[in-house]
Design a binder for this molecule. Structure first.
Ligand SMILES: Nc1nc2c(c(=O)[nH]1)N[C@H]1C(S)=C(S)[C@@H](COP(=O)(O)O)O[C@H]1N2
Ligand SMILES: [Mo]
Length: 240
């Protein structure tokens, strides 16, 4: 690396860090006389950060993996509602709907997803609220699934919609990352209702809110669709 790129990279890293800090809940950007100003500013910063983070993102860098003995028990639940309100998806009736730039948009059942190559990983889950857990998730690497349905991997985003109305989207490079999986199992058993049954995204290179649970639809698109928390100011890329 030339010193020019090295210093440029350092500058970008600092810029990214500044942006991340400015998005921490509790930072007071609110000016009551200009209610939209803070919002616009955050969106501007966040958009700029997406570019910076994507530039720094190395698709070959793996998130750390852990030993079985390090798994957090019991796992920790989080959603925009209480655990008792978690959706109960009827797995027999469930289908993964496909939309957008995908060659074969037929819906998938769980038993069909289980015929694809599966991978297992013990990785750390990091929530923006400040807690982290370690768990073991297994399922279909998203890049294999995208290939299986002839998705156009030149599209910019993969967007997800969930049974509870939650939604999020990720950049295609992160979607193709080897550790990004459509998880079916947790600790070797099918996902349970509050933890994303029957299918969730597990993407250990990104923060918790980029890991949608109980997915019902997936879209490959160039259209910006944002996300539930992202649209309220959390940085959209939120990854490494
Ligand atoms: N469908 C759905 N997925 C979701 C959420 C949600 O509210 N609904 N919350 C997100 C957030 S903020 C976190 S931290 C993780 C929590 O996942 P866990 O319950 O398996 O720990 O799920 C993410 N995916
Ligand atoms: Mo989270």
């Amino acid at each position: 690396m030339t010193s020019f790129t090295a210093s440029r990279r350092k500058l970008l890293t600092r810029a990214a860090a500044f942006g991340a800090v400015s998005l921490l809940p509790g930072c007071d950007f609110d000016d009551p006389s200009h209610p939209d100003l803070a919002d616009d500013f955050l969106r501007l910063m966040s958009g700029w950060n997406n570019e910076v983070q994507a530039a720094l993102f190395n698709p070959n860098t793996l998130a750390p993996t852990f030993q079985a003995s390090q798994i957090t028990r019991p796992p920790r639940f989080n959603a925009f509602y209480d655990i008792a309100q978690a959706p109960r998806v009827d797995e027999a009736a469930w289908q993964l709907e496909l939309a957008g730039q995908i060659g074969d948009r037929r819906a998938w059942r769980i038993d069909q997803l289980r015929t694809l190559p599966q991978e297992s990983q013990i990785t750390r889950f990091v929530c923006v609220e400040g807690w982290r857990t370690i768990g073991q998730w297994s399922g279909v690497p998203l890049r294999h699934f995208l290939r299986a349905v002839s998705a156009d991997t030149r599209a910019r985003y993969v967007a997800f919609r969930c049974a509870d109305g939650y939604f999020t989207s990720i950049d295609m490079e992160s979607a193709l990352h080897p550790q990004t999986i459509l998880a079916l199992d947790f600790l070797g058993a099918p996902l349970t209702a509050p933890f994303g049954a029957p299918l969730r995204l597990r993407i250990p290179t990104k923060l918790g809110f980029k890991n949608p649970k109980s997915i019902v639809a997936m879209e490959v698109t160039n259209k910006w669709t944002g996300g539930y928390w992202e649209n309220q100011g959390y940085n959209w890329f939120s990854g490494s």
